[in-house]
Design a protein around this ligand. Sequence first.
Ligand code: ATP
Ligand code: MN
Length: 473
Amino acid sequence: MNNKLKKYNQKRDFSKTNEPKGKRVEQSSKKRRFVVQHHMARKEHYDFRLELGGTLKSWAVPKGPSYNIKDKRLAVQVEDHPIDYRNFEGTILAGQYGGGTVMVWDEGYWEPLSSHPKKDLEKGSIKFELFGTRLKGKWTLVRFKEDNWLLIKENDSVNMFSDINKLTTSIKTGRTMKEIEEGKSTIKKVKNSKKDYIVEGITISNPDKIIFDKPKITKYDIALYYQKVSKRMLPYIENRIISTIRCPEGINGPCFFKKHFETDNPGIGEIKLPSGKGKKEDYYYIKTSEGLISEVQMNSYEFHIWGSKVSNINQPDMMVFDFDPDDKLSLDKVREGVKDLKSILDELNLKSYLKTSGGKGYHVVVPTTKLKNWNKFSDFAEDIAKVMSQKWPDKYTNNVRKENRKGKIFIDWIRNTKSATSVAPYSIRARKGAKVSMPIKWSELDKVKPDEITKEEAIKRLKRKDPWEDFYK
Ligand code: ATP
Ligand code: MN
């Protein structure tokens, strides 16, 4: 009998809980895993678990870990859990041991900072480094009385979040606590009439959750929209590093930028790039339409892209000009600006494409690989903005400073620097009305307002000739 997990098994009735049965395994991979599970039990807490010696050493941390080095968080050691437990997310029946909801809050690998972690643990003091998504850097667990330990952040200037309690979704499935509770009814909602497509393969949890009000748009509606446009959209978004806007509780709730790789989802790729100081930054990208939909499942509703592809990250190929007018400027002036830019691009024999931003303006996009690195690329874009501000000094500025913008339009060329992004063609904007950043014909500039295209209108337009048809030709 496996002694280490005996307590774990004794406490649970496996005919009444979905938690995994405890059996000891050898180290599950070359690296040791860790997991933090947010647990809404009788008393809310975070379960902090480190893989060691074939089980997960476990502590219940009532307030959860803190990046503040002054915080000493009580961590009560509890029975070892089986390694499989790291994937457990769901509800434990009321009345059963630990009854309540469990969410995988963070996961990754850890490394002890000494060569004898087991001995450290027995002695009641262990230092280690975490390589999770939300938890990183060096930490200490130190015992002060019986099962009572303190979890403390080491002073290594790694500080990802000032308040970890603001992160309310599962790192694995993107679900909130409420969605996990309702998870009994997590359905693969499949509409299969002629009109509707199937959201293939991906389970959209809480499909009826309202993301936009006025008009009401559900999570499922959004997944369906991206499914329908995916064929048109994918050439511009696939294999480009993305950052997205996530709104787990809809656009009226807290939204945040997501630009780092989190967890392996179907159709999602990971790319690590040097970020100075010998460190690496972990970005992500969409590989297939499945990846696009799995991002929607993770509550990403707006997509921003890099100007290069991951296969050739230092070769920019998509130049974007954005028009940022002084607040009081009319739409006519913005349209005039777009035309002035087009005339300059035409003179240079550069083909250019037009899209609405889905917000306040238009974006002019130039596919080109003539400039062989990011510096040359952004210098060129800046030069064009300069030419415009020299030719029409009363209309345009190439200077980002607001003071220089009075009555003028800032021609935003800065998006053409490495690691800058712009909203992707066909992306919905996570703003009131859910308008789309829509490719349109040049001849439509005066007819289509920047925030005019709804997702229904976008779908209708798919039947017309693609205004960006020869973009990559
Ligand atoms: P508008 O027409 O309303 O000005 P826009 O798309 O031109 O819309 P913003 O949405 O204000 O402008 O974006 C400004 C810049 O910030 C862009 O370069 C954009 O890519 C960037 N940005 C916006 N959202 C994100 C995000 N989630 N991640 C990274 N960058 C973002
Ligand atoms: Mn803009």
